[in-house]
Ligand binder design. Structure first.
Ligand SMILES: *Cc1c(COP(=O)(O)O)cnc(C)c1O
Length: 376
């Protein structure tokens, strides 16, 4: 055998990712206009963005932020959050979006041999967060697409380290009442971290508050995450925050990115937080348009369309009749609307539609009616 032949037949040597990394399916974002080619006006209702845009005060603050390294501790922003929510700023940590915080809480508390629990039809990032630190994801069955506290508790073992619950949940929009969140927390061992992801918390009616911030203030094992991406309309700036006991915050501060929120992001978030009129207008718009939209979809119940009850800024519609979610997705794209079809998350029978402007929601409901009538 010549030397050349030996080289050609030997196993190629290349870097190999850890096996738990190789098992990750990369996050699939919602489609946007660029996925549908040039030249068409497409309304993007696939990423739960705020149809009212961004507070003018936040946009004005953007122009003023310096481009040198940001304050690594987001001091002024944490002080503003602390004042607004009556939290000691020392118990707040900022993240590059709440995504960073979801990842690093898993990394801080779980590793190979440990288990991380979340619900089926939960937020897609939890699976990646669990796997990327080598932990084993454990998926609890749903209760008609909603979060089932007993199903979560039934899966707790001595290996459980972290439980993720989004409340409201994405993509289902379902919301657990405070009593259920408290019951879940009370039954978890004290060394299991309960992460309550409130990315859509501002959309929940005040009287339906789930009490998560109070739990995080009172217990050593509850972390609440929040974001400026949704109601504040700052998704492009990547700003999230979390609050919990000093021990949890200390862990996250050790492993977060050192300059993880940009100067622009800090300035814009502070201004957005102060613009309470903008946030309230967005909440009321969403509440009213969601109710109107849900009523119009419920009227298509005879065609097998079923909107799930939502406390968020989107509605998940199940297609249980002749019209399939896939045909509806394509029909809506034809009509100029990009929504979210989720076969990769085990929901080929559903579309998640962000609540947008009134005229757009009417056009979507009318298009779905036409498609449903054509399908029977
Ligand atoms: C959108 C979303 C987030 C966070 O997004 P960031 O932009 O990273 O703050 C977190 N959790 C859920 C359930 C979401 O839908």
């Amino acid at each position: 055998m010549t030397e050349i032949q030996t080289l050609a037949t030997a196993a190629p040597i290349a870097p190999r990712p850890k096996p738990w990394i190789a098992g990750i399916h990369a996050y699939v974002p919602g489609k946007s206009a660029r996925d549908f080619g040039e030249g068409r006006r497409l309304v993007k209702l696939s990423a739960n963005e705020n149809p009212l845009g961004t507070s003018a005060a936040a946009l004005a603050a953007k122009a003023l932020a310096p481009a040198v390294y940001p304050d690594p501790d987001s001091t002024a922003l944490r002080a503003a959050l602390g004042a607004k929510f009556a939290i000691d700023p020392a118990r707040i940590v900022m993240g590059t979006g709440s995504d960073e915080l979801l990842h690093i809480v898993a990394q801080g508390y779980a590793g190979p041999g440990d288990e991380v629990i979340y619900v089926r039809y939960g937020f897609a990032v939890y699976d990646i967060a669990a796997r990327r630190c080598g932990a084993t994801p454990v998926v609890a069955p749903d209760a008609d697409y909603g979060t089932d506290v007993d199903a979560l508790l039934a899966l707790v073992t001595p290996r459980t380290r972290v439980v993720f619950v989004a409340n409201p949940n994405n993509p289902t929009g379902s919301h657990l009442p405070g009593g259920e969140i408290a019951r879940l927390h009370a039954a978890l061992p004290a060394d299991v971290v309960l992460v309550i992801d409130q990315a859509y918390g501002e959309y929940v009616a005040p009287e339906d508050d789930d009490g998560a911030l109070a739990l995080a203030a009172a217990h050593d094992n509850v972390l609440v995450t929040r974001t400026f991406s949704k109601i504040y309309g700052l998704a492009g700036e990547r700003i999230g925050w979390a609050t919990g006991a000093a021990g949890l915050i200390d862990t996250l501060n050790r492993i977060r990115g050192p300059f993880n929120v940009s100067s622009t992001g800090q300035a814009m978030a502070e201004a957005a937080l102060a613009d309470t009129a903008f946030v309230e207008a967005a909440r009321v718009h969403n509440r009213d348009e969601r109710a109107r939209f849900v009523a119009r979809i419920e009227a298509l119940g005879n065609h097998g369309l079923r909107p799930l009850p939502s406390q968020a800024n989107f509605v998940l519609i199940l297609f249980e009749g002749a019209l399939t979610a896939e045909v509806a997705f394509n029909g809506l794209a034809e009509a100029g609307y990009i929504v979210r079809w989720l076969p990769g998350q085990g929901l080929p029978q559903a579309l998640r539609i962000t609540i947008g402007h009134s005229a757009d929601m009417d056009a979507i409901a009318a298009t779905l009616r036409q498609l449903a009538e054509a399908a029977r």
